[in-house]
Design a protein around this ligand. Structure first.
Ligand SMILES: Nc1ncnc2c1ncn2[C@@H]1O[C@H](COP(=O)(O)OP(=O)(O)O)[C@@H](O)[C@H]1O
Ligand SMILES: [Mg+2]
Length: 203
């Protein structure tokens, strides 16, 4: 089982890395436009995204747009096997962490529960919004508070992926936190009522 999950992650990461640079440029443009076209930038005051790593879709255009708008933008910072979130506007100083991933300064960090939306990179996803990550469980540990049935205020979780990362079915583990929606180069798929309501295109 463990071996199967590991080989599935390897295969999906390989497919993601094999996307040609011309396709990648087109796909990234579509993904960024899809995010920008949702009502997120008007309705979500605190949005976290990520800097692309290992062939993940690059959200640079979204980050630049968000930095110039009314929402506050954040990037994840690794802390004690979890992620906390630091304000980041395009052009701010960044430093490498122990995984060689760039992070902003940690002066004014926020816990995930205080964010309104988190754009999450992923390795695989299915038609119900189950997600496979890199295997470290960082987002699951960070978002575990959302599995508490008494938790009322939850950030909207949007997976960001290329369509080749969609797989038939992912059997979720008890600690896996499901996504509200996924955005690929083919557009937006909503899995929760909250996402359908929140992400409708403004008329
Ligand atoms: N809420 C949590 N508390 C403690 N450990 C966790 C939690 N969530 C995930 N983990 C650990 O992280 C490991 C990787 O999680 P997994 O869901 O397989 O990775 P990913 O989500 O990155 O694909 C799991 O084996 C599990 O032990
Ligand atoms: Mg998981």
């Amino acid at each position: 089982m463990l071996q199967t999950a590991t080989s599935l992650r390897q295969l999906l990461r390989q497919q993601r890395n094999n996307i040609s640079s011309s396709d990648r440029a087109k796909f990234d443009y579509s993904i960024n436009q899809s995010i920008i076209k949702t009502a997120l930038l008007m309705r979500s005051p605190k949005i976290a995204s990520y800097l692309a790593n290992d062939g993940e879709p690059a959200l640079n255009l979204f980050i630049k747009t968000c930095s110039a708008g009314p929402s506050n933008h954040y990037l994840p910072v690794l802390s004690k096997q979890q992620l906390i979130f630091s304000p980041y506007s395009w052009g701010d100083e960044l430093k490498n962490n122990c995984f060689n991933i760039l992070e902003p300064s940690t002066k004014h960090v926020l816990p995930a529960r205080l964010l309104s939306t988190i754009l999450i990179p992923l390795v695989g996803f299915d038609h119900q919004g189950h997600r496979v990550g890199m295997g470290g469980g960082y987002y699951d540990r960070t978002l575990s508070f959302m599995l508490n049935p008494l938790c009322q205020k939850k950030p909207l979780l949007i997976g960001i992926a290329y369509s080749v990362q969609k797989i038939e079915e992912i059997k979720p583990q008890p600690w896996d936190v499901p996504l509200d929606a996924v955005i690929t180069e083919r557009g937006l798929s909503c899995f929760s009522i909250k996402a359908k309501h929140y992400l409708r295109t403004p008329s």
